[in-house]
Design a protein. Sequence first.
Length: 405
Amino acid sequence: MKYTEIMIRYGELSTKGKNRRSFIDRLHGNVAKVLQDFPDLRIHPKRDRMHINLNGTDAQAVMDRLQVVFGIQNYSPAVRVAKDLEIIKQTALQMVQEQYDGKQTFKITTKRADHEFAYDTNQINLAVGDYVSDHLPAIKAEMRRPDIKIKIEVRFDGAYLSSKTYPGAGGLPVGTAGKASLMLSGGIDSPIAGYLAMKRGVEVEMIHFYSPPYTSVHALQKAQDLTVRLAQYAGNIQFIQVPFTEIQETIKKQVPEGYLMTVQRRLMLRLADIITKERHGLAIFNGESVGQVASQTLESMVAINDVTNTPIIRPVATMDKTEIIKIAEKIGTFELSIQPFEDCCTIFAPTHPKTKPKLDKAREYEAQLDLKGLIQRAVAGIKVTTITPFDHYLEKENQEISSLL
Ligand code: ATP
Ligand code: MG
């Protein structure tokens, strides 16, 4: 079947009352962004759905791209034909034939926006149904649970026929929920936290702490590669790298072993908070999961979260590792996350971190540091890069180079 359109349904978006227009506009922008290299497409964002006029572009190639756009409930490839009952019949038959294996049942459903059209919905259903039965004598019509459904819509500009509906990515269009930071390590969990944040419409900016020379360029590259992968859902993503070496060395020297990790995390969060506010972000996302490791007990969260009132959102807080991995595999971050380049937390991790750190102790040890100076110097070393989903080639090139080393 040579499809001429894709019809996109909005889902949750349609319940958003007054904000509807801005949601549709944002979705339109996001759809246009992922399809920017198909110059012949015409995208028409309407109130109830979005139409993409393919103008000869391959439907499958376009649908593959739509998979990553949040805010799409589902979509159907469709054919637009002239409002002529003979042509509608033939097209419907062709659509049935493409799927028919000799056993399935079918149903024709018609909607009519154009009431001037000479036939009403019942007449169209009957005429098309009879036509299909005449050509495929063994096929049975089934009203309740048909195997093959043909939907006909008679609109003002033509008749649209569709049969298949594919689920979209769901969620809300990225950008409609405002901006926030994601604390991105090179691990498995934080990229998933970022994915889930974007799924709820949040525009995320990555904050990554790195500690050269203790951490290698590969560790930094890994976080950037993960960002490339996540950028397919968002368009461009700002990647903010924060030097953390001096802070970690100082903490290692001055803080008792049991509190190394807690104080380190407090400093990370202090910096993330400063950066987020500076960049007008509204919240901080991270990849913590309750009870997964020592730094992620509820007691630890109390002792770390203490440094800020900014909402800290933990999308994977209640997920099991296996559930997180399942998403990581689905979105293609897992392979990258398991590359063996250690980040700054792993290298400076104490052998016996306190699983139940005390808030007053954490405050006390932290207060002994030259907080102001440490933070100032880290902030002075920040570097921000824009990462695009089209940096794939970079990722590949680097893999090749690193495999030669
Ligand atoms: P992840 O798989 O996301 O690394 P994890 O289970 O390894 O998580 P931790 O290493 O304890 O857990 O980190 C908890 C969270 O702290 C991470 O999910 C991430 O949000 C943040 N974090 C850890 N290391 C870094 C880093 N180098 N830069 C930025 N954020 C970090
Ligand atoms: Mg980690």
